[in-house]
Design a protein around this ligand. Structure first.
Ligand SMILES: [Zn+2]
Length: 435
């Protein structure tokens, strides 16, 4: 679904438009979503294997169309996020966090320690806090929940150090490295190979992952009025900078549109993700995906920083008026194009490329037989994620195509497949769904 608005159009008008589009889309096709990876009780160990293949993936299902407009749990705050600054009254108050009081108009660096190494030495990680001189909401940024995802770390640093506390309405809290143990080892996972982002909101008596999740949730996330969780693609795949958001929640829509010019992918969060747990606790949350793991990619970092700073302006937390380009399309569906043969994958498109149905995306060449096969796009749309050039096995998810709604509507026969068929078509998984 392409949403094109001029800069001059007000946010509220845009929101109304989006809501209308939601309803429109709901009548026409089912949505791609992420299946809940259901822990048996919060924070209790997942029954399934938590190794490389299983735990890193989220399954894909097609949600019923009516789910799109179904009411979501009510926000516990009386005031919509969009009005949080304008309705804030009185003077800003000290922000109490991690047993410290941060006075209005000041910035502070705190240390948060979720766990101990087995030697008994605490593993602490910085928490950056800017408490504005004026009252308003508290916006939180978290990065490196997956320890090898570096772009978000630099985004948090840049955003937090750019804010003038004397001109801020509300507060911004940044946790640049949530999974400090994974970060030190250059790994996505915790030392026990668990994916921290499947254990929120956590459990103080559960596994190491559940305890860390619980500590972060209780010590930091519970103090937030809105949350942005920063990620990248996983396992040699990179994502076009994009926001993943459950657009059924009005406050999440406010957050999403506040970023300005960034692609939006509607997705229901997997149970256990920070995004899911925060939203369920009444804290609207989105995930920002930008680039790939284990690298610092300056263009992606700048893109993310620009989006977050635009959001601060859109929410009214900083006075500087900032409009950033035309809004990018909102994709309500996406699909992964997979390799049917093993071999060396070389791409013919790049991140952000617009493609038409049938366009060549990449070629896989068998290094032994020299036989080549071509991967072609099943839909018109945009490349929102893709594998780096590498050796692949059959079934490997290579290109993530955000599907143009118009394309879907024009080709109803494509949509006639049942949910089961679609799941089989995608293998029931979305690889590289980093979040
Ligand atoms: Zn991630």
């Amino acid at each position: 679904m392409s949403v094109n608005c001029r800069q001059a159009e007000s946010l509220s008008r845009f929101r109304t438009l989006l809501a209308a589009l939601c309803l429109l889309c709901a009548g026409n096709f089912a949505l791609a979503g992420e299946t809940a990876v259901e822990p048996s009780g919060n924070g209790v160990d997942l029954l399934q294997d938590t190794t490389f293949d299983e735990d890193s993936r989220s399954s894909e299902t097609s949600a019923a169309a009516e789910d799109l407009v179904e009411a979501v749990p009510a926000h516990p705050h009386d005031v919509p996020l969009a009005d949080a600054v304008t309705t804030a009254e009185g003077l800003a108050e000290p922000l109490r966090l991690l047993e410290q009081d941060i006075a209005p108009g000041t910035a502070q660096r705190l240390a948060w320690s979720a766990t101990e190494l087995f030697e008994g030495v605490p593993v602490s990680t910085p928490v950056l806090v800017v408490n504005g001189e004026l009252p308003g909401p508290t916006l939180c940024l978290t990065a490196a929940v997956h320890g090898d995802e570096l772009n978000g770390i630099e985004m948090v640093r840049r955003v937090l150090h750019d804010i003038d506390p004397t001109k801020l309405s509300g507060a911004v809290i940044g946790v640049p490295i949530v999974n400090v143990q994974g970060f030190r080892r250059g790994s996505r996972y915790l030392p026990d190979r668990r994916d921290l982002n499947r254990y929120f909101p956590g459990n103080p008596n559960g596994s190491a992952a559940a305890r860390i999740a619980h500590a972060l949730f209780k010590d930091v996330v519970a103090h937030c009025d809105a949350l942005i969780d920063l990620h990248t693609g996983s396992f040699e795949r990179a994502n076009l900078p994009q926001i993943r958001a459950d657009l059924r929640n009005p406050d999440v829509v406010t957050l999403t549109l506040g970023f300005g010019s960034m692609v939006v992918l509607h997705s229901q969060p997997t149970v256990g993700t920070l995004r899911h747990a925060a939203t369920m606790a009444g804290i609207p949350a989105v995930t920002v995906e930008a680039g790939g793991p284990a690298q610092l990619e300056l263009a992606e970092v700048k893109h993310g920083v620009k989006g977050i700073e635009t959001l601060l302006s859109t929410l009214g937390m900083v006075k500087k008026r900032r409009f950033w380009g035309d809004p990018e399309p909102v994709y309500y569906r996406s699909t992964w194009v997979r390799a049917d043969n093993g071999g060396i994958l070389l791409a013919d498109v790049s991140l952000g490329s617009s493609v038409r149905k049938g366009d060549l995306l990449g070629t896989i060449t068998d290094p032994m037989s020299n036989a080549s096969t071509q991967l072609r796009s099943p839909y018109s749309g945009r490349i929102i994620g893709m594998a780096r050039n590498q050796v692949v096995m059959p079934g490997f998810a290579a290109f993530h195509v955000g599907i143009q709604a118009e394309d879907v509507m024009l080709e109803p026969e494509e949509e006639a497949v049942s949910e089961n068929d679609r799941n089989q078509e995608t293998g029931g998984y979305v690889d590289g769904m980093s979040e």
